[in-house]
Each structure stands twice: as structure tokens, then as C-alpha cells.
Design a protein around this ligand. Sequence first.
Ligand SMILES: Nc1nc2c(ncn2[C@@H]2O[C@H](COP(=O)(O)OP(=O)(O)OP(=O)(O)O)[C@@H](O)[C@H]2O)c(=O)[nH]1
Ligand SMILES: [Mg+2]
Length: 333
Amino acid sequence: MTLVTLMTAPTPGAVGLIQWQGHDIQSHLARLTGRRDWPLGRLFLVDFKGIDQGLAVRLRDDWAQLMPHGGPRVLHDLCKQLDGQASRTIHNQTRYPEAASELEADMLAALAVAPSPRAIDALLAQGQYWDTLHLDSAPAILQRREVWNQLITPPTVVIAGPANVGKSTLTNRMLGYAASLVADLPGTTRDWVGGLAELDDVAVHWLDTPGIRHSKDPIEQQAIAMAATTIERANVLIVMRDPQTDWLTAKELGREPHLRVYNKMDCQTTDEPGVLSISAQQDIGIEPLVKAVLKQLGLDQPFEGEPWAFSDRLYDLVQQKNERAFQKYTQKG
Ligand SMILES: Nc1nc2c(ncn2[C@@H]2O[C@H](COP(=O)(O)OP(=O)(O)OP(=O)(O)O)[C@@H](O)[C@H]2O)c(=O)[nH]1
Ligand SMILES: [Mg+2]
């Protein structure tokens, strides 16, 4: 029996750190990595059962450290592999000794990194919703997880459109400070700019892009090419036009936008259907836009008390419908 402790946070990082303790740790290391010889204090680059390559060191007869890459998937898979080697995993509980159970420790870890204010109440309430494993509602819980996990890992909202329509003005308004350059000159934004914006207590990565136009400036051309990748990865893509310009086509954007925003309505209005009219400069129509973005993300309704499988462990337990492991996970003391 060995003891596995994940020391790094459950968010993406460059390197992960796992403490591995147990009698004759050398033979456990050998079984995991295929390397037999583990002189004390020497680092080796090894393969962790095909899950990842990383560094490992034996520090004492009963203590080793594993340093795989810090992506959540790698750490999760590796901890699971070690569990399979007759280990007991203490995930976050050693980092949060005040937590009464592993569930509570994972909740505190999630609270520490979640940037959305709305995550706070939703996470704090989880203890009471997980009194028993909700076997019947497993599919609903797994589906809901995708939506609510956006409160821990913010989704990306990207604004695109022709030059000079007001994309940066809206971005600045959303971010609450002058992150973007605004100027009455097409091609002002020559690189993507953005930051964390709060939309009704939900944090999102809000990204501005340079106006899409034909340009001879190589830096601007490069920026427009980079914007294409940003647009491709957007969870919500907003396209903007103003009275002087037309909508960019799906071909120009590389995909269909989720929302169409008509800016500068203070100058001239439009009666085009299916379009949100705003004035980024005069602060008109912003609230309906915020609601529309949240609706697109599935986060337009407030959190109703319901179980949310916010940690990877909860996800696995619900998926496997593993009552016994669930008891252990929620057990207090
Ligand atoms: N009247 C009016 N002017 C606006 C509004 N929003 C932005 N503008 C003006 O439009 C001009 C262009 O605004 P930007 O926000 O720089 O436009 P952009 O789309 O980021 O432009 P590029 O970075 O060049 O692609 C500026 O002079 C803004 O002040 C609005 O709602 N009404
Ligand atoms: Mg701009």
C-alpha cells in the first residue's frame, strides 16, 4: 500500500508534483516506469506507463517524487494509474487539512481558482447536494458539468468585424478599463487584446481582434492571421458591424457567428431582425448583449440547487456509478 498526494493545484500548470510514499518505494517505481535502479537523490527522465514522460526521484527508502507535465488530464490519469497499483490517493486533502472530507477539499481547491463570483455559492452548496450519489440522474449531471465547469475554467468570447466598427470600444467597456486601443483610424488594433470580463458574476475571457481588412502592413497581416485562430476557438463568436459597414460573411470569418451586434445606434438605427443594437460608446444595449452571451453559454439561469460534478473525481464516480468509492470520497473525518 502506498500513499499518493497530488501537491500541485488542479488547474493547468507547466509541471505537476506528486508525492509517493510507501514501504520499498523502489519496487513501486520500477513497476511504474520499467527502470529498476533508483539511487537516492538522482533524477531520471522516465515514461509513466505511456501516460506521460517526466522526472522521478527517490528521496528515501519510502518516499519518491514524480514530476509529470502539469496538465489536468495527465495528472488525473497518472493518479488513477497509481491508484491501480494499490495506492491510496489523497488528492487535495493534505493541502486543505481543515476539510472534513475529500469532497470538501476538492471544493476548496476549486474555490481557490474559480474566477467567477457565481462559482462561490454554487460550490459552497455542493456538500448538501451530494448526500448520496445521484445514480438516476447521472446523465443529467454529466451534461450539466460542461456548463457549470465554465465557472471554474472561463469560456472565451471573441469579437470580430471590419475595421473601425467599435470592437475595441466595446471590449474596453466589458473589461472596465482601457485594455484595447481605440482610435478613429481603421487598423488601430494590430494584435489581439483581451482580459477577464465579468458578465453578471460570470467571468469570461473577452478577446478583441483586429479589424478584418485587406492590408499591406505585414504586422497587421500577421495579426489578422492570428485572429483567425482566436475566432476558430471561440466559445461565443460575436460579429459586429456599424452603419457604414456590412456583416462579414461566414467565409470571411471562417465559421458562423453566434451573435450579430450592430454598433453606433446612436448615429443611425437599424430594423434588421435577429440583430442586437448597441452603442458601445454611449453604453446603450449592453445588458441585453450580456444576457445573450450568457444564454449562448447556457449560463443565463441562476444556479438552482443541484449536484454539480465539479471535480474530476466526482465525474469519475458518477460515470462509474461507484457507490462505495463515493462513500469514501464524501466520508467525514
Ligand atoms: N458614435 C459612435 N462611435 C463609436 C461607437 N463605438 C465606437 N465608436 C468610435 O468608432 C471609432 C472606432 O472605434 P474602435 O473601438 O477603435 O473600433 P475597432 O473596431 O476596434 O477598430 P480596429 O481596431 O481598427 O479594427 C472610434 O472613434 C470610436 O470612438 C458608438 O457606439 N457610437
Ligand atoms: Mg480595435
